[in-house]
Design a protein around this ligand. Structure first.
Ligand code: ADP
Ligand code: MG
Length: 685
């Protein structure tokens, strides 16, 4: 996807001399089809064959040393086809016996007083080296003058040997002409090599310093080309004529704000201002609103949707689960009063009801539509949608986001997320998407106290919960299943937990919620929990996102080590939604280092931004969003987490090139054509 083209016309493997169909077939299995693929088939690691001083070498370690031959080698044959060549060497003033098993041909290659390099296992007590390789004078493998050597090690398959791979690649490298993508100025400014030197060094670096420089150059090239695409795409998108200006009625919006049951936090006000500025501008809004769980994003969304209405436009809010859709519909209806006509469209809205709803959507009776991905079915069409908001957007497939955006041709888009996206990823996944952050909780909120308990402490935890319930509070007990994999036995686990709690607290005080229940039952139990008809809700992670019951102040997460940090943080965010002190108890007996670390991190911080950075570190960028929907470009060398400073530099340089207009001059024609060809391949959808 984010390949860097190196060669104008990469020729086929068949044209490499001495490479037969059998080996070509094996190379094909490794996804190598032409010489470009071949030289971009980078070593998975390098064998360090740098020469060391034997006096400093560790006993029993593999060493590469150099010295002089001072006995004529002898060879002894034994058993069937087995042999041993023995030769005495003087290495760093140590008399060493070197033995080579099953390499009888070495006898002929080694002469008295030759200077040789030997790689093998060092046995200090016996002063003996069990030789693996012997480089004699004149051998092309012999170390360079500094005595450093890194030999490439490729991932290979049966049918092709490491040595063959090395030989083919070396031969091709000598034969091809590699183009240059970076200008001399850029290379000079950041002390980068030419691509030709770089590619060679990635296979055959003379030393580690050279290899590092090559990796830097290649990574920068990848990031720079990627950023050129991103920024060009962004420029094209923003400049689109179809973008609409939303001329909202500020006085009306202000009145609405005054009528809210609370005062907006400064952070909320700030975000509202940023979004409103975008709405009014003749550009398409493409903004991410990130705020920790409980920071009050919903009301910000509500203000935006209301602003749209005052300008004569509809809006849509898409959320990942039915429960969340219902909650939002309910709380927004309450918030808007008779200001807005809110409608809910989920998979369970069917038949006549659905038909009527679609009609009202098309004739403009409905001001704001809330729903799950049912919103993006083909027969759903708006009269004039001017804003699309997605909540907890990272849980959507990117395709769904795209489809939703297409509903309103080129409309304004606001992504909301409570999984703060580390800046590094925001840049790479969303390109130049603008970001608003609510880094402040509403007044009076106390940080949630998080504790980690082992399974055998369960009774004590239950006692804690009991005392919270006695204060008139409510509690969640979460059982570990991931929605998509609700197997029967897992469901039985939740049910068993539910039954045991019902026994403990008495029938009627406990409710059960899991993804396999019919929608109306789910709805019913949520309502009862909302109205405080039940004290405890036993649930799977379906409550993970958005659910809002401020009186709930206690949460138990069972087998917490089965969740990732982000999920745990999301779950925990269901409590701590009022000015009462809230608690979260993680019950886990993790066996792995990572599991233990996760539990510790959770008890140490409630800051979602910090957690997401830690999560990213622990899991890597691919896993962060789930590999499939990550939309992350697969770089060969660059790593957007580790190389994120470089990504920033690449972004600035690419931006400068495009904004200055230089990119559109003749000088950059080839680069421009290349970037343009690949423009679409970088889109995230
Ligand atoms: P999230 O950002 O997690 O979606 P919500 O929008 O659900 O958060 O808000 C969490 C709770 O805080 C809701 O009950 C909401 O009414 C309340 N809330 C939002 N903004 C404020 C505020 N400025 N002051 C007090 N309470 C607020
Ligand atoms: Mg929310």
């Amino acid at each position: 996807m984010s390949k860097v083209n190196l060669i104008d016309q990469p020729y086929a493997l068949e044209q490499i001399k001495g490479l037969g169909p059998k080996r070509i077939a094996v190379l094909n299995e490794l996804n190598i089809y032409n010489v470009e693929d071949l030289v971009l088939y980078l070593p998975v690691r390098y064998e360090d064959n740098s020469i060391v001083d034997l006096n400093e070498a560790e006993d029993q370690s593999t060493v590469t040393v150099t010295g002089e031959v001072y006995s004529t080698p002898t060879v002894a044959f034994f058993g069937r086809n087995r042999s041993k060549v023995t030769v005495h060497l003087m290495i760093n003033n140590i008399a060493v016996k070197a033995v080579f098993f099953n390499q009888p041909y070495l006898k002929k290659k080694i002469n008295l007083h030759d200077h040789v390099t030997v790689k093998g296992k060092w046995n200090r007590a016996k002063q003996e080296i069990n030789g693996m390789r012997m480089f004699t004078t004149g051998s092309e493998d012999l170390q360079n003058a500094d005595g450093e050597q890194l030999d490439p090690v490729y991932r290979i398959k049966e049918g092709i040997k490491q040595k063959t791979m090395r030989d083919i690649i070396r031969k091709v490298l000598d034969d091809i002409e590699i183009r240059e993508w970076l200008s001399d100025d850029l290379r000079e400014k950041y002390k980068l090599e030419s691509l030709a030197t770089t590619i060679r060094a990635l296979h055959y670096a003379d030393n580690k310093k050279e290899l590092l420089k090559a990796r830097r150059t290649y990574a920068f090239t990848e990031l720079f080309l990627f950023e050129l695409r991103m920024q060009w795409l962004n420029r094209l998108e923003k400049a689109s004529d179809e973008a609409i200006e939303i001329n909202y009625d500020l006085a009306e919006v202000k009145k609405f704000i005054d009528d809210l049951p609370f005062e907006l936090t400064d952070a909320q006000k700030h975000s509202v201002n940023e979004i409103f500025r975008d709405l009014k501008a003749p550009l398409r809004m493409h903004r991410l609103l990130q705020g920790d769980v409980g920071s009050g994003k919903t009301v910000v969304a509500a203000l935006c949707m209301f602003a749209l209405k005052t300008a004569g436009y509809q809006s849509a809010l898409m959320v990942p689960t039915e429960i969340l859709a219902e909650q939002h519909a309910e709380s927004l209806t309450e918030l808007f009063g008779d200001r807005m006509n809110v409608a809910l469209l989920t998979g369970s809205v069917k038949g006549k009801k659905r038909k009527l709803l679609l009609e009202q959507l098309e004739n403009g009776t409905i001001d704001c539509l809330i729903g799950t991905h049912a919103l993006i079915q083909d027969d759903v069409s708006f009269q004039n949608v001017g804003l699309v908001i997605t909540d907890e957007q990272h849980r959507f497939g990117v395709n769904q986001r795209q489809a939703l955006r297409e509903k309103g041709a080129m409309t304004n888009v606001l992504f909301m997320t409570a999984t703060p996206i580390p800046r590094t990823l925001a840049i790479s996944v969303f390109g130049e998407m603008d970001v608003s952050s609510i880094k402040q909780l509403p007044k009076g909120r106390k940080p949630i106290k998080t504790m980690w308990a082992k399974h055998e402490q369960y009774d004590t935890v239950l006692n804690q919960m009991t005392s919270e319930l006695e204060k008139g509070r409510q509690a969640y007990v979460i059982c570990p299943l991931i929605e998509s994999s609700e197997h029967l036995e897992d469901v039985q686990n939740v049910v068993a937990l539910y039954e045991s709690l019902e026994e403990h607290y008495g029938a009627g005080r406990v409710g059960l919620l899991h993804g396999k229940m019919p929608a109306d039952e789910k709805d019913d139990v949520m309502q009862r929990f909302n109205r405080h008809e039940i004290d405890i809700l036993v649930s799977t992670t379906v409550v993970e996102v958005g659910v809002n019951v401020p009186n709930a102040t206690f949460m138990i997460i069972y087998d917490a080590d089965r969740f990732g940090l982000s999920t745990l943080h999301q779950l925990r965010g269901r409590v701590g939604r009022s000015d009462h002190q809230s608690y979260c108890v993680l019950i886990a007996s993790p066996k792995t280092e990572t599991g233990i670390e996760r539990m510790n991190i959770m008890t140490q911080t409630t800051d979602g931004f910090e957690l997401s950075e830690r999560d990213l570190e622990m899991r890597g960028p691919g896993d962060f969003f789930g590999v499939k929907q990550s939309g992350l470009p697969d770089f060969l060398v660059a790593n957007i987490v580790e190389d994120y400073r470089m990504l920033e530099v690449a972004r600035d340089e690419a931006g400068e090139l495009i904004q200055s207009g230089k990119f559109f001059t003749d000088e950059y024609e080839v680069l421009r054509n290349f970037v343009e060809e690949n423009l679409l391949h970088t889109s995230f959808d």
